[in-house]
Design a binder for this molecule. Structure first.
Ligand code: LLP
Length: 422
C-alpha cells in the first residue's frame, strides 16, 4: 500500500503505525477526532535544512501558523529554531513554549499597534514590514517607546510560484509585500525614520511550491534589490527567503529542503553574497507529513450516484479540502482484505462542502478508524468550532512516549465567554 510522505508511517500486521505506535490503539485511548504528531518526524524534516545551512550564518524560523501547539513549538525551540509569527497570539505561544524572542521574525500585512508594542517590548529580532503605511506606524510606536524597531521589508518579487491561487503570495496582484519597483524608495524612507533600524530584506512567494525554479527567480530579483539598496548606502545584514516548500500529499515530487537550499546558496555565492546571514520560514515542510488526523467511521450510506462514508471529523477539524479542494490521503488504520468500494468521506457538519475526500477507494466498516494523512500542517491551526463542535485532542508521540498535548474541547469550553441578557 502506498503511504505518501512519511517514512515514519508503517504497517505492522495490517495496523497503521506512526513512529511505531498503533494508531487504532491511540484512537481507542484518546478518542476521535484525534490529531497525532510524531516528534521524531518533525526533527527529521528539520535536519536537511540544518545540514544544508551548516557552516554559514543562518536561522530557520519555523512558521508558527502551520501548527502552533506548544509542544510543537517547544520541539523546534529546543532544536535551535527561531519562529516566524503573524500575530501577538503567536508571539505569546512562542514565549510560553520556551522560544526566544530574539529569534522571532514578525510577518503579516496588518499588525496592530498593540501587537507592535508587545513585540518590541518582548525584543523580537525583526519585523517583516509589508507597506509604507505600516512602516510609518511602526516607527511612531517604537519611537514612542524610546526604541528603534528592527525592520526587514518584505518585497514582492512578482514571480509565479505555480501553486493554488489562495496560497500564492508573490504576484503583483497579491496583497503581500512592497512592489519590486517601489522597494528602493521604501528602503530610503525606512532609513530616514526615527523609530526604524533597517536590518534585512524578506520575500515569501507562496506555499506548497514543488519546484526550485520560482525560488531562484525570486532570489535573483531580491539580489538585484540588495545590490541597489546597498549602493544607496543602506546596509542589509540578512536575507529572509521565506517558506513555502511543498510536501507530498499524493504524487507531488517537491525537491528536498537540502536540494532547494543548496541551489539557493549556490546562486547567493555566485553573485557574491555568501557572507550574508540567510533566514528561512518553513512551515508545512517541517510538520505536514509528521501528523495524521484520526477519525472513526460512524455510518455508511450507500446510494445510486454516490456512496457516503460518514466519519466523526469534519470541515471544522480539517478545513483544507473544503477551502482549497485539497487532496489529503485517507487510509484505513486497520487493513481490510475485502475489496474496496468508492466512497465520499464526509463529516457531520451541515454543509455540502463538508468533505475530507471524494471518490476514495476504501474497504471500510462502521467503527473503523481512518487516518487522514499529511495533516500535521494547517490542520488544527485552521480548525473552528462551527456547529458548536469542540476541537479535536492532539497527541505527540516521541519514541516510546505518548503525550496528550492538547485536551479535547468540551461544550462548556465553547460558550464560557458568552453571557445571557439579564
Ligand atoms: N512565511 C510567510 C510570510 C507565510 O505567509 C507563510 C505561509 C509561511 C512563511 C510558511 O509557508 P509554508 O512553508 O508553510 O508553505 N493554509 C494553507 C497554507 C497557507 C500558507 C500561508 N503562509 C494550506 O493549508 O495550504
Amino acid at each position: 500500500m502506498n503511504l505518501p510522505g512519511s517514512p515514519f508511517l508503517s504497517r505492522d500486521a495490517g495496523e497503521l503505525c506512526l513512529d511505531g505506535h498503533r494508531l487504532r490503539d491511540l484512537a481507542t485511548r484518546f478518542g476521535t477526532p484525534l490529531y497525532v504528531y510524531s516528534r521524531r518526524a518533525m526533527l527529521a524534516a528539520l535536519a536537511p535544512y540544518q545540514r544544508a545551512l551548516a557552516g554559514r550564518p543562518h536561522l530557520v524560523c519555523y512558521a508558527v501558523k502551520a501548527n502552533s501547539n506548544l509542544a510543537v513549538l517547544q520541539t523546534f525551540a529546543q532544536a535551535g529554531c527561531g519562529f516566524d509569527i503573524v500575530s501577538g497570539g503567536e508571539l505569546a505561544r512562542v514565549l510560553a513554549a520556551g522560544g526566544e524572542a530574539s529569534k522571532v521574525v514578525f510577518s503579516g500585512v496588518g499588525k496592530t499597534r498593540d501587537e507592535m508594542r508587545q513585540a518590541i517590548a518582548a525584543g523580537v529580532r525583526c519585523f517583516n514590514v509589508e507597506s509604507t503605511a505600516e512602516l510609518e506606524v511602526l516607527s511612531e510606536v517604537a519611537a514612542g517607546m524610546g526604541q528603534r524597531a528592527r525592520v526587514s521589508l518584505r518585497v514582492n518579487p512578482d514571480v509565479d510560484a505555480g501553486t493554488h491561487p489562495y496560497i500564492s503570495t508573490g504576484l503583483k496582484g497579491n496583497k503581500f509585500g512592497v512592489a519590486h519597483e517601489q522597494a528602493l524608495a521604501t528602503y530610503r524612507r525606512a532609513a530616514s525614520l526615527p523609530g526604524i533600524e533597517v536590518v534585512g530584506i524578506d520575500c515569501h512567494i507562496g506555499s506548497q511550491i514543488t519546484e526550485v525554479a520560482p525560488y531562484l527567480d525570486a532570489l535573483d530579483r531580491v539580489l538585484d534589490l540588495v545590490e541597489a539598496i546597498e549602493a544607496a548606502g543602506i546596509t542589509l545584514h540578512h536575507m529572509d527567503l521565506g517558506g513555502g516548500l511543498g510536501i507530498t500529499y499524493t504524487d507531488e515530487t517537491p525537491p528536498g529542503a537540502d536540494t532547494l537550499i543548496a541551489a539557493l546558496l549556490a546562486k547567493i555565492d555566485a553573485r557574491g553574497h555568501g557572507h550574508r546571514e540567510v533566514l528561512f520560514e518553513p512551515g508545512r515542510s517541517l510538520v505536514g507529513n509528521a501528523g495524521v488526523l484520526l477519525t472513526e467511521v460512524m455510518y455508511l450510506k450507500p446510494g445510486e450516484h454516490k456512496q457516503f462514508c460518514i466519519v466523526d471529523a469534519a470541515m471544522n477539524d480539517l478545513m483544507r479540502p473544503a477551502l482549497y479542494e485539497a487532496y489529503m490521503g485517507i487510509v484505513n488504520t486497520h487493513e481490510r482484505t475485502e475489496p474496496g468500494e468508492t466512497w465520499d468521506v464526509v463529516g457531520p457538519v451541515c454543509e455540502s462542502g463538508d468533505w475530507l475526500g471524494r471518490d476514495r477507494q476504501l474497504a471500510v466498516q462502521p467503527g473503523d478508524v481512518l487516518a487522514v494523512l499529511s495533516a500535521g500542517a494547517y490542520g488544527m491551526t485552521m480548525a473552528s468550532n462551527y456547529n458548536t463542535r469542540g476541537r479535536a485532542a492532539e497527541v505527540m508521540v516521541d519514541g516510546e512516549r505518548v503525550v496528550l498535548v492538547r485536551e479535547r474541547e468540551k461544550a462548556a469550553d465553547l460558550f464560557k465567554l458568552e453571557k445571557l441578557v439579564d
